[in-house]
Design a protein around this ligand. Structure first.
Ligand SMILES: C[S@@+](CC[C@H](N)C(=O)[O-])C[C@H]1O[C@@H](n2cnc3c(N)ncnc32)[C@H](O)[C@@H]1O
Length: 211
């Protein structure tokens, strides 16, 4: 049993994720083609996690697994890389792209991870937080599986303003990822925000798991 992973395919998900699964199932086959130049941004964000050889890391909401190769490079062959996602079509696309060679794919809900407490050194989450039904509880679950002093990266390969412009909307002050909202949310969920970058080319918040 790896890190207490109870089973590789978790079909017992607590909330109704039908909408998220439908949304991403429709986009899975073409996901990587939509943003083919994002690779270096993912590698750069992963490098800021400070991972070491042999570390254990989860890519939460890994989708097609774009972060898995740089995560594997960071922890080396002795490390553990897990990619967790609740949309089967995204994981199937990850496997078709051979990203299951970089990390173990888990069909799982990040709000209820099949992992032991404090079993990981870090969690990387790209494009995930906006899709979480209960961010405080869900971030707390991520904190549960990370050891004290471990790191969380909330990443997006485009900043909030640039994303809003692409989608034809304004950035709202209520946005979960606004620094004034995210800092307290992380504090209330077992994390301490240590850095916040929101520029056109990327959004990256780092947080440390509080003791
Ligand atoms: C915007 S995509 C990002 C995918 C990938 N991280 C990337 O950067 O290309 C968000 C992903 O999060 C997954 N997701 C959303 N809610 C989730 C949850 N509660 N548990 C696991 N995965 C979830 C979706 O299925 C989708 O694959």
């Amino acid at each position: 049993m790896l890190l207490g992973v109870r089973c590789e395919i978790m079909r017992c998900m607590s909330d109704d994720h039908t909408h998220v699964q439908e949304f991403f199932s429709a986009r899975a086959a073409d996901w990587d083609n939509r943003f083919p130049d994002d690779g270096p941004a993912y590698a750069s964000a992963v490098s800021e996690l400070g991972l070491r050889e042999g570390d254990r890391v989860l890519d939460a909401g890994c989708g097609t697994g774009r972060a898995l190769p740089p995560l594997r490079d960071a922890v080396g062959p002795t490390g553990v890389v897990l990619g967790g996602d609740l949309t089967p079509a995204m994981l199937e696309a990850a496997a078709r792209a051979d990203r299951d060679r970089a990390g173990q794919l888990l069909l799982t809900d990040v709000s209820r991870l099949p992992l032991r407490a404090e079993s990981l050194h870090a969690v990387f989450a790209a494009g995930l937080i906006a899709h979480l039904p209960n961010p405080a509880a869900n971030l707390r679950e991520l904190a549960r599986v990370v050891r004290p002093g471990g790191v969380l990266a909330l990443f997006h390969p485009i900043g909030r303003a640039a994303l809003a412009a692409r989608q034809g909307r304004q950035v709202s002050p209520d946005d979960l990822r606004a620094q004034a909202n995210l800092g307290p949310l992380l504090s209330a969920s077992g994390w301490r925000m240590t850095s916040y970058v929101d520029e056109d080319a990327r959004f990256l918040t780092l947080a440390v798991r509080r003791p």
